[in-house]
Design a protein. Structure first.
Length: 284
């Protein structure tokens, strides 16, 4: 029998969003159903979050799709949640994809192991020579608006809200998944052309030290983070992005035991977040 008066969660997801190579709806249906054992939970579309969030103890933002499709409403959600002290998971203090992709420029300039990234024409000299370059919107997601530009056209790039990176012939991509600061599992795409055909990856100590460096940089006390990296031709890992807003978890690609451990750790993290603000709500 379910306990009476469990903490109330508003679980934000766009079940109809069609992502390349992923079924957002399946992941959120399964994950939300698992969380119901500890929480009174309701699903809502991201466009309804502002109107509904005041009736819940916390808001969980999951597979809500690229916010650039509803930027004004997302900005309002952040504004209202911050002003009203609404607990949001992930907290809205993330420094990575939650704020756009300019953090890649900052990390690159600071010497972090990131794909070299610039956002100004006068900084193009900081990039290594390459036959082609990737131009992507600073506010982009899911490769929306991304363009491959040959080196001879580099001077034609119209800067202002775009990032430029060398096109790296990486060996494969790998993702590391964390809840709070605790590593959960890693997955990789052996074929660079098939980003979302993932298999489990046995992370080494060096791999985890690489990933933890970015999780620590982000300073989020609670929440889910996905560290996406590529294995460069020289063997080193380079950060592709640090997803701290609504990272797809690819839970269908891990074994049931790993899924159980992830759900348990996420549940504990949510209770910790609730306890930080509502001690009674977290324990009732």
């Amino acid at each position: 029998m379910r306990p009476v008066n469990q903490p109330r969660l508003l679980y934000v997801t766009d079940l109809a969003y069609e992502a390349k190579g992923r079924r957002y709806c399946d992941e959120d249906i399964r994950l939300s159903s698992r969380l119901r054992s500890d929480f009174d939970l309701a699903l809502c579309h991201p466009l309804d979050a502002v109107r509904l969030m005041g009736s819940f103890d916390a808001v969980v933002v999951r597979n809500s799709g690229p916010v650039l499709h509803y930027q004004a409403q997302y900005d309002l959600f952040r504004e209202r949640a911050t002003a009203d002290g609404v607990l949001v998971y992930n907290p809205l203090t993330g420094r990575a994809d939650m704020t756009g992709k300019r953090y890649l420029v900052d990390l690159s300039a600071a010497g972090y192991p990131v794909i070299p990234t610039v956002d100004r024409a006068e900084d193009l000299g900081r990039l290594p020579a390459a036959p082609a370059y990737v131009v992507k919107p600073e506010a982009g997601a899911d490769s929306i608006g991304m363009e491959i530009v040959p080196a001879e056209r580099l001077a034609e790039i119209a800067f202002g809200g775009v990032l430029v990176q060398p096109l790296i012939p990486f060996r494969y991509e790998v993702s590391f998944y964390f809840v709070d600061h605790d590593f959960q599992y890693a997955l990789h795409a052996p074929d660079p052309a098939r980003r979302w055909e993932l298999v489990p990856y046995d992370a080494t100590a060096d791999d985890l030290a690489f990933a933890r460096r970015f999780v620590e940089w982000n300073t989020l006390e609670h929440g889910i983070q996905r560290v996406d990296a590529c294995r460069a031709p020289g063997g080193e890992l380079l950060l592709v992005e640090l997803e701290d807003l609504n990272p797809y978890l690819s839970l269908e690609s891990v074994d049931p035991g790993t899924q159980d451990m992830f759900v348990a750790r996420m549940t504990a993290s949510l209770h910790d977040l609730l306890r930080s603000r509502w001690p009674l709500a977290a324990s009732r």
